[in-house]
Design a protein around this ligand. Structure first.
Ligand SMILES: [Zn+2]
Length: 124
């Protein structure tokens, strides 16, 4: 038994409360009609299977029932971090020791600005 940190509940909970839902950060093509069969098939069926750092979508099924992301090492099974949907991971294949604080802060500002512009687009 081990514990996973839920970024919404803001506490560690037993692993049995969670379910893995596959690869994280999959973006649905904006215009599916414009995709080739190969592009659409890649989106639907093909996933990365890296050795090392991997980002996964998980759900806190017996808890807040919210989806979030986990950065996990597929070799050691270590969980490096959990983060909310829309946030960027600190640990990536390019930054296995973690991104510098300045880069994380800049990405957070950019994500918030994008969220605001999306909201304004909805109102218009
Ligand atoms: Zn939760």
């Amino acid at each position: 038994m081990f514990h996973i940190y839920c970024p919404y509940c803001e506490e560690y909970r037993e692993e049995e409360e969670f379910h893995a839902k596959g690869q994280a950060h999959l973006a649905r093509p904006a215009d599916p009609e414009a995709c080739s069969d190969e592009q659409w098939g890649d989106y639907l069926f093909f996933r990365d299977n890296p050795r090392g750092i991997h980002h996964e979508l998980w759900v806190h099924a017996i808890g807040c029932r919210k989806f979030f992301n986990i950065t996990r090492n597929t070799v050691t099974y270590d969980i490096y971090e959990t983060y909310k949907i829309g946030e960027s991971p600190r640990f990536t294949a390019e930054h296995p020791e973690g991104k510098p604080d300045e880069q994380v802060a800049a990405e957070k500002v950019a994500a918030e600005a994008e969220a605001v512009s999306r909201q304004e687009g909805v109102k218009a």
